[in-house]
Write a protein that binds this ligand. Structure first.
Ligand SMILES: Nc1ncnc2c1ncn2[C@@H]1O[C@H](COP(=O)(O)OP(=O)(O)O)[C@@H](O)[C@H]1O
Ligand SMILES: [Mg+2]
Length: 334
């Protein structure tokens, strides 16, 4: 059946150097009604070169002061109607500027403020999901922690971390006491029950009201520098339901990624949620759930199907090249 004809829409995708943005760009590129704008802070970001030179934007880092304002100005200049951020550091600054973007006629593909706040703080997430799914014991790393009350090992990690940074495994009560004595109050770390089992990522698609349309579990068979370079999707009703329950409990919209690991008993337990497109989204798209296109349909007001099914697929990945005239790279790198 031909796709419903939409008016043309210009979609700006940030983080063009990363695999999440590349997956989004490749997916939306197949839709002739979409014009793509690729943005990144680095002129060498590969995804910039998937779009014509007039549709590339160099923007500040998400954490830089004035990031949202600069992106808004550049988005307006380039005629963007929609912004899809794929970089964690950009999410809160953009959410804070949601109204300015709306006034400029630019829609942000972002979940509501509450969902963003819950997913960007792993302690808040654990508390919010505790009654809904199995959540590992999780406490703020502060003077109230009783090292004698934990089973070891435990994991100590930042409440707002990403990319596995600053995560450590603590093997005894003495070591946890030592860690506590070295940690300033309010340092923003948490202590969590160690989950020894297999790890899964569940990509979830929700509509603008938070109704879950698809949940696609996958395993990361090989990881290189934090990016999955081989993996597979898998049917598992328990995991699909787990992802859907977490997304609905948190109130997520559009694309999110629920990470779980099995506990001692083999039951899946919640690790964290990324409230944005994940780096291996291309595998989920190849498995039959074209999340970027469906999420864009939802944002543009088209009702999504009740449920979108997937078929199991495996993925291996390799580096690919684009060769450019020096004049082309000079335009973005300077
Ligand atoms: N409670 C835990 N038990 C076992 N492994 C964990 C636990 N917490 C984190 N990890 C390991 O560390 C990785 C990164 O942790 P995660 O909570 O996903 O934070 P990040 O935001 O840095 O990705 C996980 O993919 C997992 O392999
Ligand atoms: Mg993670």
């Amino acid at each position: 059946m031909p796709r419903e004809a939409h008016p043309d829409v210009s979609v700006l995708v940030t983080g063009a150097g990363g695999p999440a943005a590349i997956a989004v760009l490749k997916s939306l590129r197949a839709d002739p009604s979409v014009r793509l704008i690729a943005a990144d802070m680095d002129g060498w970001a590969a995804g910039l070169y998937l779009v014509p030179s007039a549709d590339r934007a160099i923007i500040p880092a998400g954490a830089a002061p004035g990031f949202a304002r600069a992106l808004l100005a550049r988005g307006q200049e380039l005629g963007a109607d929609v912004v899809i951020p794929t970089v964690d550091a950009e999410l809160q600054p953009l959410a804070a500027a949601r109204q300015e973007f709306a006034q400029a006629g630019i829609a942000l593909m972002l979940p509501p403020a509450r969902a963003l706040a819950l997913t960007l703080d792993k302690l808040a997430l654990a508390r919010a999901c505790a009654g809904a799914v199995r959540v590992p014991r999780t406490e703020c790393l502060d003077a109230a922690v009783d090292p004698g009350s934990w089973t070891y090992p435990v994991v100590v990690k930042p409440r707002t971390g990403s990319g596995s940074r600053d995560i450590c495994t603590v093997v005894s009560a003495d070591e946890l006491k030592a860690t506590l004595s070295m940690t300033d109050a309010g340092s923003g770390f948490l202590v969590q029950e160690y989950l020894p089992g297999e790890e899964y990522s569940i990509d979830v698609l929700s509509d603008t009201d938070g109704r879950v349309v698809a949940g696609v579990p996958r395993i990361r068979a090989r990881v290189d520098s934090g990016v999955s370079v081989a993996g597979r999707t898998m049917h598992d009703c328990e995991l699909e339901q787990f992802g859907a329950t977490v997304a609905a409990t948190v109130g997520l919209t559009y694309i999110s990624n629920v990470q779980v690991r099995r506990d001692h008993a083999g039951d899946p337990a919640l690790l964290e949620v990324n409230p944005r497109a994940p780096g291996s989204l291309s595998l989920t798209v190849a498995s039959g759930v074209d999340m970027p296109r469906l999420a864009l349909d939802a944002l543009r007001g088209s009702p999504l199907p009740e449920h979108v099914e997937f078929c199991e697929k495996a993925m291996v990945r390799f580096l690919d090249e684009r060769f450019l005239d020096l004049s082309e790279i000079a335009e973005t790198v300077g």
